[in-house]
Design a protein around this ligand. Structure first.
Ligand code: ADP
Length: 650
């Protein structure tokens, strides 16, 4: 057993807590090495002096009073219990301390021991904690979202940010005080769903849910809520962090967008329906006009009659072109233009168009200069048929609005921005700067209505719509009296690859021939299923051109099927718009029947959109004749089938 006084000395010397002994007057009699370290005084500087030396105000002045009071009353709050105090170091700085005081008697005198431990590291930690909590609150309170921290179950809100007031119209204090209150704001229709989700949220981290609330003022709002489990401290149960944000504005905008989209879809559907009807209604009478004109042209006529017919045919074709162009523009606007974008060789398009317009250019004494060899060895991403149409339009304008003996130069340039331009430059009348904008407006001819240059003012409107639909654009430069330059700018593509052609040609293999009727011994039975009387009369007249052709007609799909079954035709002509059945359905049924599985079936329709042609050809149609029909083409089909029946072409 060690000597107790040695033991005490060892404790006194080695304790990390400072030990200070004072007498009842407050004079220091012992000051341990740890106390020296804490206060920065050597023991000899303190011993014999009043302990209040180690205290800042107000304790410094009051300490003697505390001792006197204790001596008088025996009341000391501090003795036996520790507390946090502030100490004063020799250098004047303060130090947070934990002080516990004990009392003892020595030699009949009352003595006190103070044991002080330096709290600086813990205070720093606490400060840091307070600081971070402060920052967290600042953050949570500055955001529009409501931030909630709650215990899992039974649930108790630990923190709710003040944004709850804006979103729910409820104070954070009220919500914390009554855990059921917050949930009672849930819209009655969403209660079950939210309750289920909240239960799931205990297990599923990062769960998100959108639901409605009814605010205190009765207003319904949409909120988005995200639940996340957070570990607060090791060993403690996880808490549930909930972020609630008001998404009413976004929801309303979405609802508005959906309504607007539905409305736009309805309008588009109506537009498509209208277009399809218009296309049918306008082309059907034209079919009769142009068809009968062609038949009449085959007859013996006086010169005057021939001249009249030429006028009818020209006006009819003009009208047809116009209808097609207006319908195309409307189709593009409605987003129904089906384009097949593919790598198109620019040189091929240019040369094809030049060869088409050359006779017209020659007739006006114009020189057409194609691009240099090689300069046009380029591919653009476009619809081959449509880009040809666009270039054809620019070229025919360059011819129409040129001067006699002028020039048309076609150039092709690969631009650094990944596009290729095809430019048609003429030496014509040009366009004034202030009129340039208007050239692309439909039916605006810039005052050329009364000139003898033919046109309807719709070509460039269609051209620019088409180019835009192919992700390109059109540029124009012009100087009145000098000439104009129109450029098609389309995205370049690296390589041509396989350039798919337009849908299979829908003409018979043998050349169309409207020449003298073939005298055949074998009868060719043709069934024509069509509901329009004018078109039926036209087909009767066409059939009458070939003595060997017997025409069977039906105005309805079902009757047509019966007629075909009994009449066993060699050729079936099928209109797509029938009163009781679609032509597509009829085609399907005919192909399914063994008796007609291989009979040639020609679709005769005003709707010649490439998608439809391709689809019907894919479903087994043998050909596709567009209304207004080309009489010569039909006659060529008759002749070819008769030849085949007889064992070879004429
Ligand atoms: P159209 O030629 O049928 O009138 P377009 O839409 O093709 O219709 O052209 C619109 C108008 O732009 C023309 O009427 C004409 O005034 C002007 N225009 C078009 N191309 C040229 C050109 N190459 N030179 C001068 N004017 C042109």
């Amino acid at each position: 057993m060690p000597d107790p006084s040695m033991l005490l000395r060892a404790i006194f010397e080695s304790s990390v807590a400072g030990i200070i002994c004072i007498d009842s007057h407050g004079l220091v009699s012992k000051f341990s090495p740890a106390a020296e370290r804490i206060f920065g005084y050597r023991a000899d500087e303190v011993i014999g002096r009043n302990v209040s030396l180690l205290m800042p105000e107000p304790d410094h002045s009051r300490h003697d009073g505390y001792l006197a009071n204790y001596a008088r009353t025996g009341n000391a709050k501090i003795i036996g219990a520790g507390r946090e105090v502030t100490g004063l170091r020799k250098d004047g700085t303060r130090v947070p301390l934990f002080l516990s005081i004990g009392e003892f008697e020595a030699d009949g005198r009352r003595m006190f021991t103070g044991i002080v431990s330096d709290q600086t590291p813990f205070v720093a930690e606490r400060l840091e904690l307070r600081e971070s909590e402060h920052r967290f609150r600042q953050l949570a309170e500055s955001i529009d979202e409501v931030f909630i921290l709650r215990t899992p179950a039974p649930y108790r809100y630990l923190y709710i940010s003040p944004a709850i007031e804006q979103v729910f119209g409820l104070t954070a204090d009220a919500a914390i005080a009554d855990p059921g209150l917050f949930f009672s704001f849930t819209h009655p229709d969403d209660v079950d769903f939210v309750r289920r989700t909240m239960q799931e949220a205990q297990f599923e981290p990062g769960l998100e849910v959108e639901y409605r609330i009814v605010r205190a003022d009765g207003e319904t709002r949409w909120v988005w809520t995200r639940y996340k489990r957070v570990a607060v401290a090791p060993g403690e149960p996880e808490l549930l962090a909930i972020v609630v944000s008001d998404i009413t504005a976004r929801k309303r905008a979405q609802e508005g967008e959906i309504l607007a989209r539905e409305e736009a879809e309805r309008a588009n559907a109506a537009k498509t329906e209208f277009l399809s009807r218009m296309s049918h209604e306008l082309r059907t009478p034209l079919n009769a006009i142009l068809g009968f004109t062609q038949l009449l042209e085959m007859d013996e006529l006086s010169v005057a009659q021939q001249e009249s017919l030429r006028h009818i045919a020209r006006a009819g074709r003009h009208l047809l072109g116009l209808i097609n162009e207006v319908l195309d523009i409307a189709r593009i606007d409605a987003g129904h233009m089906s384009l097949s974008l593919e790598p198109v060789a620019v040189s091929e398009v240019i040369h094809e168009v030049i060869s088409l317009v050359l006779p017209l250019a020659d007739a006006r004494g114009l020189t057409v200069i194609p691009p240099d060899e090689g300069a046009d060895a380029q591919y653009v991403l476009a619809d081959r048929h449509r880009i040809t149409q666009v270039l054809l339009n620019l070229m025919s304008n360059a011819i129409k609005y040129n001067r006699e003996d002028g020039r048309i130069v076609v150039t092709c340039e690969v631009r650094p921005d990944g596009t290729t331009s095809i430019t048609v430059t003429d030496t014509g009348i040009g366009i004034a700067a202030e009129e340039l904008e208007r050239v692309f407006l439909p039916f605006d001819r810039l005052g050329r209505e009364n000139s003898d240059i033919e046109g309807a003012g719709i070509g460039l409107a269609l051209t620019s719509s088409l180019v835009r639909a192919m992700n390109g654009r059109i540029e124009v430069q012009s100087t009145p009296g000098i000439g104009s330059s129109f450029s098609i700018i389309a995205p370049s593509v690296e390589r041509g690859g396989e350039v798919a052609g337009s849908p299979a040609p829908i003409t018979p293999a043998s050349a169309p021939d409207a020449g003298p009727p073939a005298h055949t011994s074998r009868e060719l039975v043709v069934a024509y299923i069509e509901d329009n009387p004018a078109n039926m009369r036209l087909m009767e007249s066409v059939a009458a051109r070939r003595p060997g052709v017997r025409l069977l007609q039906a105005q309805q799909g079902r009757l047509g099927l019966d007629l075909i079954k009994s009449g066993r035709p060699d050729l079936i002509l099928l209109d797509l718009h029938l009163p009781d059945m679609s032509g597509e359905e009829m085609l399907r049924r005919l192909r399914a029947e063994p008796g007609t599985a291989h009979t040639p079936i020609l679709i005769v329709s005003a709707d010649a959109s490439p998608g439809r042609v391709e689809r019907l050809m894919g479903q087994g149609a043998s050909g596709y004749l567009t209304k207004p029909v080309d009489v010569a083409e039909i006659l060529a089909w008759f002749d070819r089938l008769q030849d085949a029946a007889e064992g070879g072409p004429r």
